[in-house]
Design a protein around this ligand. Structure first.
Ligand code: ZN
Ligand code: ZN
Length: 282
């Protein structure tokens, strides 16, 4: 039986917050580490849970918004510095150009480091896989079947379903409600779901007034996430992508009107162990 864990490295948003780093999750299948998104702080968060970045050889991007990608260069060059010589990156169309642009931006820096004797492997030969269309994605040496589905966001965004033996974990990425996510999440053991739209945030933050209507076309409320979990018969719903000052009680009561499965309000450095069936926070 495999040991399967998901750790929330960042449960925040584009609004910087000390207690919530931007979006990133670590899926661990025995000693295989798969990073899902790479927002700011990802590398330090990995180190906080005792995982060195050079031991992560797989990174999957749901989409290329800054709050899901800003930590990429640090992860890329930091892991390489520490000895990673192989990395594969999966993401929507544009991921290749994104990676090459990052290399170009830091070209002089990387050349300096290779002149010191750091090898080209692990930085100049990163394998990039661009998702052309939703559906099954080759998972390489990851012991899982991976399926993607298109989300409703303002850039191309994919949710990912990882099936590891009989365990199913779904990462929604960012989206407003969509039947595609309900279908992808069928009978999931764990659904990690975007929950940007919490009412207290709107009430307290006048900055949000002007964009709230637009955000509703691109993200979910707790009740909408709960509806997807209910319709898909998901066992555990983990809400994430929170703005800085959510009212947890309110979020919970909104969910509870719809969904009676296990609910986890995401926290940074929180680990869901799907084998031991425990939830712990560092
Ligand atoms: Zn986004
Ligand atoms: Zn986001």
């Amino acid at each position: 039986m495999k040991d399967i864990k998901v750790t929330m490295l960042g449960t925040g948003s584009p609004y910087p917050a000390l207690h919530r780093a931007a979006s990133a999750q670590l899926l661990q299948i025995d000693d295989m580490n798969v990073l899902i998104d790479c927002g700011q702080e990802t590398t330090s968060q990995l180190q906080r849970i005792g995982v060195e970045p050079q031991d992560v050889h797989h990174l999957w991007f749901t989409h290329l918004h800054s709050d899901h990608t800003m930590g990429y260069f640090q992860f890329l060059i930091g892991g390489w510095h520490l000895g990673r010589r192989k990395l594969s990156v999966v993401g929507p169309k544009g991921i290749k150009e994104f990676h090459e642009t990052v290399l170009k931006m830091y070209e002089d820096d990387i050349n300096y480091r290779t002149s010191l004797g750091f090898p080209a492997e692990g930085i100049h030969d990163v394998e990039i896989y661009e998702i052309e269309e939703p559906g099954d994605i080759p998972a390489g040496d990851i012991p899982a079947k991976v399926t993607s589905a298109p989300m409703i966001h303002n850039v191309t965004t994919y949710a990912f379903r990882f099936e590891i033996d009989n365990t199913v974990i779904v990462f929604s990425g960012d989206s407003s409600p969509t039947q595609h996510l309900t279908d992808l999440s069928e009978n999931a053991d764990l659904l990690i779901h975007d929950c940007v739209l919490t009412a207290k945030e709107k009430a307290e933050n006048t900055n949000l007034d002007t964009i709230w209507e637009k955000l509703q076309k691109e993200h979910c409320t707790p009740a909408q996430a709960a509806e997807t979990a209910k319709q898909s018969n998901t066992k555990r719903l983990l809400l994430t992508h929170f703005l800085p000052s959510i009212d947890e009680e309110h979020v919970e009561s909104e969910v509870r009107r719809v969904y009676d499965g296990e609910l986890i309000l995401g926290q940074d450095l929180q680990t869901v162990d799907l084998t031991k069936k425990t939830v712990t926070t560092l």
